[in-house]
Design a protein around this ligand. Structure first.
Ligand code: AGP
Length: 367
């Protein structure tokens, strides 16, 4: 097993570090002459133009990738998109139209609720595109179309590199859709695609920041409970960062859209409560900063993740983690890395079984 870990103490840390290679393997074969290609003969630009609504369905981390996909599809292509938890979708009699597209997201391709959601969509005559990491898995076989992620085997129960490449495939899809629908010009599509291809380089310095993140984790290691806040893409990342943390370190954690704090949660903010504030999106930066400030004035210890050039006013944060400037829409690819590392080091420092957290299976094949 030590050999399989390639010198890393845990599979999770190995897999976090494999992310640049996983992105490269997943994205580069799908870029042709600077433009994104889906490599699904049936999904021509004309067919893409006819899509009325996209439904993104998955469980846990895969569903969180779907949230990023929804925001990217709506922002770039202006096509309505909905995200569903597979176990909700399958029992809520979803409204599906013939010209909709259901995108099923799964690392293992074996999650039972996700497979059931796929079958439901097919039984309604709606085309299903699966984004799957395991070749020949049940979901890959049952879907109409498949876009594989090339993360390689993911052993740690906590999903890291698979999530990263699920987001990449969703960005590729959103870019092609936006191009096909004429929402992005050819030049803009090329520019975004080039930025996506740069992702491995963009995240490498974040992997190198691990000592800083480890140090921060050591300052939060005895915490009982913590909160993640963010808006837009940062809200989707709050959910994923929070899930990672509770899954492997057993620290209770909740994630909120930053604007929702005042509607209840702020009553839980007392002296010393950690608040992890994600503020990478320029359009809502001031808003999130003001929410972080509100928590700090109630005693929270604020750990702020923002970009290199962002101006952070005095008294907002106890510690600031800086990310490099990057396309706002693609920022999740960069931001997730320190959040994964934070959860990882919290779990290690708390003496948890990082790769096999209690009560959890790598793939949930029973209801
Ligand atoms: C994430 O770290 C999880 N272990 C879990 O949420 C996982 O993403 C979920 O069970 C879905 O699995 P799948 O991608 O294999 O369908």
């Amino acid at each position: 097993e030590a050999a399989e870990k390639g010198g890393y103490p845990h599979f999770m840390l190995k897999e976090i570090n494999e992310q640049p290679a996983a992105i490269m393997a997943t994205v580069s074969p799908r870029v042709e002459d600077g433009l994104p290609v889906l490599r699904i003969p049936e999904l021509t630009d004309e067919v893409l133009r006819g899509i009325g609504r996209v439904h993104l369905v998955g469980c846990g981390t895969a569903m969180h990738a779907g949230m990023v996909g929804k925001s990217a599809i709506e922002a770039l292509a202006r096509v309505p998109a909905e995200v569903d938890i597979a176990s909700e979708f399958r029992y809520r009699d979803p409204i599906l139209e013939k010209n909709d597209l259901v995108i099923i997201i799964s690392q293992s391709g074996e999650t039972s609720d996700t497979l059931a959601a796929l079958k439901l969509a097919k039984s309604r005559g709606v085309p299903v595109l699966a984004i799957v990491n395991v070749v020949g898995s049940s979901i890959a076989r049952a879907a109409d179309y498949v876009m594989y992620t090339y993360a390689g085997p993911e052993i740690a129960v906590a999903s890291t590199k698979a999530y990263m490449v699920q987001m990449c495939v969703l960005y590729l899809f959103a870019l092609r859709l936006a191009y096909a629908c004429g929402r992005l010009s050819e030049a803009e599509t090329r520019r975004f695609t080039a930025q996506l291809l740069r992702a491995p380089e963009v995240i490498k310095p974040r992997l190198a920041d691990c000592e800083q993140i480890k140090y921060l984790a050591s300052r939060y290691v005895n915490t009982q409970s913590c909160f993640f806040i963010g808006r837009g893409f940062d809200y989707a990342l709050s959910l994923e960062g929070s899930l990672k943390l509770k899954e492997i370190s057993y620290v209770h954690s909740d994630a909120y859209a930053a604007g929702e704090l005042k509607h209840g949660t702020i009553s839980l903010i007392t002296d010393g409560v950690p608040v992890i504030a994600l503020a990478t999106q320029k359009q809502v930066y001031e808003k999130t900063i003001s929410n972080a400030k509100e928590t700090r004035s109630r005693g929270a210890r604020v750990l702020l993740f923002t970009t290199k050039d962002a101006v952070v006013p005095e008294g907002v944060a106890d510690a600031v983690i800086r990310l490099d400037e990057y396309e706002d829409i693609l920022m999740p690819l960069q931001l997730i890395v320190p959040l994964q590392l934070f959860a990882y080091y919290m779990a290690v420092l708390r003496g948890c079984d990082v790769d096999k957290p209690r009560n959890l299976a790598k793939s949930v094949t029973v209801e």
